[in-house]
Design a protein around this ligand. Structure first.
Ligand code: ADP
Ligand code: MG
Length: 346
């Protein structure tokens, strides 16, 4: 009886003082920490919960910056720079670089070259990694395409060898892969709830601290705003399109940074954007780029043949194609209710 009175008294204390933090199923609301910085040619913002979150985020930042140092195409100290200037010789690389390259090669094969990790000579000719964007001549692109082809990349254990003139570009998978590594660091530090925004690539660890799913905004290809919201936990959401990084020539023609490896020209098809949802960032990043290259029909066909991910494909003709596994979790924003929504089934 006495015990009951004490419990009741404590309960009353919480009500009277407005202390309600212990009412959620996951225990007390944990301290939120946040860190923002520039890396991998984009702005990055990491948020995590828990008493050790601040230290953990610092470590995640160091991890991302370390990977950037290895994979930058412009930093002369980077491993990718060394490979790209190896003149056909074999180069020893770190475990991480060998790992991401192996993954990129596997995805290049699986997407039949839509993802092309040796696209750099072409990307560079367009000036996408510099301030001097330009439209190369058709002949120049045809010549450069002779140096493009993932099948000619030799990778064994930790050594990489390219044919003379070939150059790698991990831009289509690097941020997703770095996100996975950052999540690993956070997990090792005991973090169970975090949200990472790596230049618009979203990577989430666990649920929100109160046990609810995160509400993740899907980027719209039309006005750079949010197309809709998906309720998710423990996964990555990554969008690709030619709406963000591009330039216009003197006639106002727009050239985007995702290249069709068959032609050497920026992708020009029926798609405006591709969003991929999967457990790992590297997979989302590789597939968002590759499915954007494929165009609507081939992208849908690819999804039907391959498990483990969901997709939202937006067409230039105002269609929104959403795969069955994610449909129930997605809410379209009112501003976009004019889009025609199609469910994609297996
Ligand atoms: P973002 O970097 O804006 O998130 P992506 O993940 O789609 O976009 O990657 C695009 C980058 O990948 C380009 O800037 C370029 O460096 C490189 N790239 C362009 N076309 C291809 C391609 N077909 N395959 C692989 N990498 C590509
Ligand atoms: Mg990508």
């Amino acid at each position: 009886m006495r015990k009951n009175i004490i419990i009741y008294g404590v309960f009353l204390f919480f009500i009277l003082t407005g202390v309600t933090a212990c009412t959620k199923s996951q225990g007390p609301i944990e301290k939120e920490s946040q860190i923002s910085f520039l890396a991998m040619d984009t702005s990055i913002s990491l948020m995590a919960y828990g008493k050790d979150a601040e230290i953990a985020l610092k470590k995640a930042q160091e991890q991302i910056q370390g990977l950037e140092k290895r994979w930058s195409v412009t930093d002369e100290e980077s491993e990718i720079y060394k490979i790209n200037h190896s003149d056909g010789k074999e180069v020893e690389v770190s475990k991480e670089t060998a790992e991401i390259l192996a993954f990129a090669l596997q995805m290049a094969k699986q997407t039949e070259g839509a993802l092309e990790p040796s696209i750099y000579p072409v990307v560079s000719a367009w000036g996408f990694t510099t301030e001097e964007k330009r439209v190369p001549l058709k002949e120049e692109l045809a010549d450069l395409l002779m140096y493009v082809g993932y099948k000619k990349i030799q990778l064994s254990d930790n050594s990489v060898q390219l044919e003379k003139g070939m150059q790698l570009d991990l831009g289509a998978v690097g941020k997703g892969y770095a996100g996975d590594k950052a999540v690993e660091v956070l997990k090792k530090c005991g973090i169970t709830s975090a949200l990472l925004d790596i230049g618009g690539n979203i990577q989430i660890l666990g649920t929100k601290p109160d046990g609810e799913n995160w509400n993740i905004g899907v980027r719209s290809p039309f006005y750079g705003d949010i197309l809709g919201i998906i309720e998710l936990s423990d996964c990555a959401v990554i969008t690709s399109g030619n709406y963000e990084r591009y330039f216009a020539d003197k006639d106002g023609i727009i050239y985007g940074h995702i290249i069709n490896p068959q032609t050497g020209y920026p992708v020009e098809n029926d798609l405006a954007s591709v969003t991929i949802i999967a457990s790992q960032g590297k997979q989302c990043d590789a597939l968002s780029t590759a499915l954007f290259v494929m165009g609507l029909d081939k992208a849908i066909e690819y999804w039907r043949k391959n498990d483990g991910f969901e997709a939202i494909l937006v067409t230039k003709e105002q269609g929104l194609y959403i795969t069955e596994g994610i449909k129930e979790k997605f809410t379209l924003k009112q501003a976009y209710d004019y889009l025609k929504v199609y469910e994609v089934n297996r």
